[in-house]
Design a protein around this ligand. Structure first.
Ligand code: TXA
Ligand code: MG
Length: 360
């Protein structure tokens, strides 16, 4: 299949291209598009054949549900229940509306009880559906042009880091999908926060740019799925997608924690040993530490106090190590600030939970 890539100027969006891309989705095709979090791989959420094609293009297990992207709040009604009798939580309609007022469009995905119109192929066989309204004019235009409901996982091959640039999408999806809308680099760089509203308490199943604290201000008590914090490595995550080893670079990645100087010394000695075994080594560190490390490839992931930059850069760094054929990678820990939880969740997954804690 030939994949057509169209560049879109955010300041002056070409409506004709959006209309064509919308038609591709209406007729069952697949279009990758930018969102504020990561690039998505979109198909018609209400057409089970489209969902099947998405799983095939990504090489993704079909029990891993897709997020349905909408462009306005009223679109929820057709695909999910907001009726109190379907939920243990009181006043579900009021709560979801409050989340909409505060966070949508934006990097928040809300899980609700699905209606019959949403095929089980889209929800991975579940009776719930994940819904998000992205904060991106290209995405919102495309959703409207394609009939209002786009199922979109991140536009990477299953197991690779999510795409934060159009070039990442081309790397993974060229020849596998109909069209790519190139809207430049994304803003946030990590996938949306997922909050499940279908159980006794609102629960964060995947941390993202909207924090538990942000959600609590609107919802009151919010719990966090313990499996996503890396504290209990045996707990099974509630979001099926969080169970797979995602975002993985080809090299072995380990996160090293401890006093700054100890971390540097440890990483440098490990890299020296790996080098004598003829392995290519990589380091991910804060900008201010870049001159401390000796490795084949040392990558800055932003200043310690600039989590937004680290988030935006993380997946690109992991892909660059693949291109440079790095065999072993050591990363400093980036657990501070608003985005710390989301960044560490993705790093831990990329590392298959391998953490070396020098303070122990
Ligand atoms: O930021 C994002 O959310 C991006 C952009 C494209 O919008 N999308 C994204 O989709 O990250 P994906 O498919 O890569 O991740 C979706 C996650 C998976 O972990 C999946 O298991 C979970 O959401 N999920 C989807 N529906 C669910 C449901 N009904 N119950 C529990 N988890 C669900
Ligand atoms: Mg993904």
């Amino acid at each position: 299949m030939d994949t057509f890539t169209a560049h879109i100027d955010r300041e002056d969006i070409d409506e004709e291209i959006i209309r064509k891309a919308g038609d591709v989705i209406r007729y069952g095709g697949l279009v990758a598009f930018p969102t504020e979090t990561v690039y998505g791989l979109g198909g018609d959420a209400l057409n089970e054949n489209s969902s099947e094609r998405i799983y095939a293009a990504k090489g993704r297990p079909s029990d891993n549900p897709l997020i349905v992207h909408i462009a306005d709040f009223d679109s929820i009604e057709a695909i999910a229940s907001l009726d109190d009798k379907d939920y243990p939580l009181p006043d579900i309609g009021g709560k979801v509306r409050a989340l909409n007022d505060r966070f949508w469009p934006g990097p928040l995905t809300i899980i609700l009880k699905k209606k019959d119109i949403v095929p089980y192929k889209t929800t991975g066989g579940l009776d719930t559906v994940a819904i998000r309204m992205p904060h991106d004019d290209i995405a919102l235009g495309l959703i409207r042009a394609s009939g209002g409901y786009i199922a979109a996982p991140s536009a990477n091959l299953s197991g690779r880091p999510s795409p934060t640039k159009a070039s990442h999408v081309i790397e993974d999806m060229d020849g596998r999908i109909d069209m790519i809308l190139d809207g430049g680099d994304v803003d946030i760089g990590l996938e949306s926060t997922i909050v499940d509203m279908t159980e006794d308490e609102p629960a964060v199943l995947r941390p993202g740019a909207i924090t538990v604290n942000d959600l609590s201000k609107v919802l009151g008590t919010v719990i966090v799925d313990p499996a996503v914090l890396g504290i209990d490595t045996h707990a099974v995550p509630r979001a099926p997608g969080m169970r797979y080893r995602h975002y993985a670079p080809k090299g072995e990645l380990a996160i090293v924690k401890g006093e700054e100087d100890e971390v540097t010394e440890y990483i440098n000695s490990q890299c020296a040993a790996a080098k004598s075994d003829l392995l290519r080594t990589g380091v991910i560190c804060a900008d201010e530490h870049v001159l401390r490390y000796r490795a084949t490839s040392v990558k800055c992931a932003g200043r310690r106090d600039d989590g937004a930059f680290t988030a935006r850069r993380l997946y690109a760094v992991l892909r660059e190590f693949d291109e440079e054929q790095i065999d072993v990678i050591y990363s400093e820990s980036f657990d501070e600030g608003r985005l710390g939880q989301a960044i560490m969740n993705r790093l831990l997954k990329a590392a298959g939970h391998k953490v070396i804690d020098l303070s122990k």
